[in-house]
Design a protein around this ligand. Sequence first.
Ligand SMILES: *Cc1c(COP(=O)(O)O)cnc(C)c1O
Length: 419
Amino acid sequence: MDHFEIRNGVLHAEDVPLTEIAATVGTPVYVYSRATLTRHARVFRDALAPLARSHIAFAVKSNPNLAVLKLLAAEGYGADVVSAGEMDRAMAAGMTPESIIFSGVGKTRRELVRALEAGIGQFNLESEEEGVELAALAAERGLSAGAALRVNPDVDAGTHGKISTGKAENKFGVPYDRAGGIYARLAALRGLQMRALAVHIGSQLQSLAPLESAFVRMGALMREIRAAGHAVSHMDLGGGVGVPYKAGEEFPSPEAYGAMVARVTADWDATLMFEPGRVITGNSGILVTEVVRVKPGVTCPFVIVDAAMNDLARPALYDAWHDFVAVRPSGERMLANIVGPICESSDTFAMGRDIDVVQAGDLAAFRTAGAYGATMANTYNSRALVPEVMVDGARWAVVADRIEPAAILAAEHVPDWLE
Ligand SMILES: *Cc1c(COP(=O)(O)O)cnc(C)c1O
């Protein structure tokens, strides 16, 4: 459910026609709906409300825009961050250090020190080596770092290979069979306060079954570690709940997810932590683009739009599907390939797709672009960095400027020995 719909023949974000935003800000431009974000944040939170003790840490990497983080902070969300840059953003949005989880497979020494000094609530350790290093850094400073051990449960998430993280061959976490020993050794170190196990098996999960098997395995491990005399007061269950990208697709609801978690964890006696990303932001944003021109192709025409793989990388990276809709649909349909202007064949959003008829100068939108959209944007082909807008009812604001190629050029330097 979202707040992007056709009214009087024009696609709106809440009460704002997208034609108005495009005319003012230009295209391509990401547009987020505040009402949709708020709704998703509340639906997810309500689905977990029956749990005795829980903490939700929004996965910042899915959409790190400051306004988005601010909104989620006001809804009581903490943050799951994977870099010092994301940590700074979360704190700039008003999230408290204690509500932040620091994840990531390659946190640098500098990042660990900064996060320690900031008082980050939980470090999700990806290896014994990282734990030993963090313990030493903390002890030197007279600190004690709250920590979780990320475990690789060797469960197939059944999602795209590039967003699967919980198979034994993936780089994430420590092997399930070694986790108990590693936890015990880390728990003995001064400077570390081992308190949790963490698991995250992948993103865009279409079924709850792999999550449930991962959680069941984690519950067994938790009991084993407790039986060996170590405290496990928290359990971090990660993110990964998927969202529909195609109209009509069925996905597990947050309610079904919450009910499954409640059932599996009923006797855990632990504070449960969650790291949702896509399920909060995915359907809350769209990417508005203008058709540059339409040229004939062998089987069907190429609709060349002014958005490209540098603005929305998911189709090129993961063969991802984004519904493509005209901002002023005529009701007629056509078969087309939708491509961007970049000099790569992977700059393709769709092949042989049944779409609204569009022609040069028309506005269109890629739907479900609020997660892993703007955050992955870059300036390849010396294109601008795409701007972001947030709508709230009838009002709207630019929440990230378009960064023009000239600004990027100005940050480059020619050494005098090349002059
Ligand atoms: C990416 C990531 C998430 C969020 O995943 P979603 O599929 O967007 O919910 C949560 N936790 C960790 C550790 C991640 O890497």
